[in-house]
Design a protein around this ligand. Structure first.
Ligand code: SF4
Length: 413
């Protein structure tokens, strides 16, 4: 298939042909936004890549269908925006067309089976080991949540319930499959849990260094609390790579950061953020601050950005990204009272101006998306009791106090 044909093909997506996506529990899917994935019992790469649901995905994409598992992309495209599907297609066509030319003839369009798969991109979350237990996270992505839930018999609706993580043997096999492809991989995404407290990720990094694969694009989704682990010095290890994208999750500052993302030590966190800002002056290091906007920080986030800028935790050129909490509904910003949210819209407008003036990459469009999400529905009456019950339950376990950390949200208590 010629480049232009691929790009114009209404449903082609390069990822299922070059990529391994796996979340904790050996759950495999087309990519991180292709849902739901399915558990593959075997840790072998071949079993994952040619699992029945992966073959079906490739077959249907090639047949011009729009599989439901990819509805995130179809929704983005139908709203007129650039979807990950189109973005990855363009990236591969532009840079690594030969990967597509290799994979397509090796894929049987009648079954979706791909022969002699070569891994070019891996996004593997080995397990949920994490040093934080953020309020807006859950046991699926944090081992500290699991321990807390077990100890306190936390109800499922707050974050209890079983998590399947797969066996150590499966995780070792997954690691081996990446190491086996270390010479061909072009992009490596590290996420967790917290990827920087998981030794397997350092094993991969070390293998890339040993094989002088400094051309491999490294991407991290991290809470930003760790730059040294055991004998590994992360900053030193990253220094030779030509492209590193470091996305740090941070929702607020000081005491509020410590409350929302339990495990945060603000003084240490600030020093790390300042370090990442300095690194981002180098051309190989892209620093993204990724905020999860919830009922806790919708009112305070604009002020937090000004303070971060004052303190050098973000600088000109830093990219900011916003993700809205949708579930559980009682932690979404929609639960805040309508009049309070509307009052805050001006602050978000001012933030847009500030970012533009200071070359901070957070577009007005993204801010408007966030504000529209929060204000389009008002669920205070529906969910305030749940918000209070949830918050008090966790406060009680963690010996924290919502009212003292968020005095401006007193009306929520
Ligand atoms: S079409 Fe979208 S959701 Fe499906 S695998 Fe590609 S990038 Fe993922």
């Amino acid at each position: 298939m010629k480049n232009s044909t691929i790009l114009n093909h209404p449903t082609f997506c390069v990822l299922p042909f070059v990529h391994l996506y796996q979340s904790p529990g050996n759950i495999v899917s087309g990519c991180c936004i292709s849902h739901p994935g399915k558990t593959v019992e075997s840790g072998e790469l071949e079993a994952k890549i040619n699992a029945p649901h992966m073959k079906s995905l490739r077959k249907r994409l090639l047949a011009g269908e729009m599989p439901n598992v990819c509805k995130s992309c179809w929704n983005i495209e139908s709203a007129g925006h650039l979807s990950p599907r189109r973005s990855f297609n363009e990236e591969w066509i532009k840079n690594w067309r030969e990967d597509i030319e290799y994979a397509l003839p090796r894929t049987d369009p009648t079954t979706g089976h791909i022969h002699n798969f070569v891994m070019r991109y891996a996004d593997v979350r080995f397990n949920n080991v994490c040093n934080f237990k953020c309020r807006t996270c859950s046991s699926n992505f944090s081992s500290l949540w699991v321990a807390e839930n077990k100890k306190h018999n936390t109800p499922d609706w707050i974050g209890g319930g079983e998590v399947g993580l797969g066996t150590e043997e499966q995780q070792e096999q997954t690691l081996q499959s990446i190491l086996d492809n270390i010479t061909t991989i072009r992009k490596m995404y590290f996420a967790g849990g917290e990827p920087l407290v998981q030794e397997k990720n350092y094993t991969i990094l070390q293998a890339l260094i040993d094989n002088k694969r400094f051309d491999c694009h490294l991407m991290f989704s991290t809470n930003g609390s760790v730059t040294k682990f055991k004998d590994y010095d992360l900053i030193d290890m990253l220094s030779k790579f030509k492209k590193v994208t470091f996305s740090v999750s941070l929702d607020d500052i000081e005491q509020r950061a410590e409350y929302i993302r339990h495990g945060t030590n603000w003084d240490e966190q600030l020093k790390n953020l300042q370090k990442f800002s300095v690194l981002s002056r180098q051309s190989n290091f892209e620093y993204v601050l990724s905020a999860t906007i919830s009922a806790f920080n919708f009112m305070s986030f604009p002020d937090a950005v000004y303070k971060l800028y004052e303190q050098g935790a973000i600088i000109k050129g830093t990219a900011l990204g916003l993700t809205m909490v949708q579930e559980p509904a009682w932690l979404s910003a929609r639960v805040l009272p309508e009049d309070k949210k509307l009052e805050k819209c001006k602050d978000w407008d001012r933030l847009a101006v500030f970012c533009r003036q200071n070359n901070i990459s957070l577009t007005n469009e993204e801010i408007q998306r966030c504000v529209t999400w929060a204000t389009r529905a008002n669920t205070y009456e529906d969910y305030i009791m749940k918000f209070q019950e949830h918050t008090r339950y966790i406060d009680n376990i963690r010996d924290e106090n919502f009212s003292s950390v968020f005095p401006e949200l007193e009306y929520m208590t």
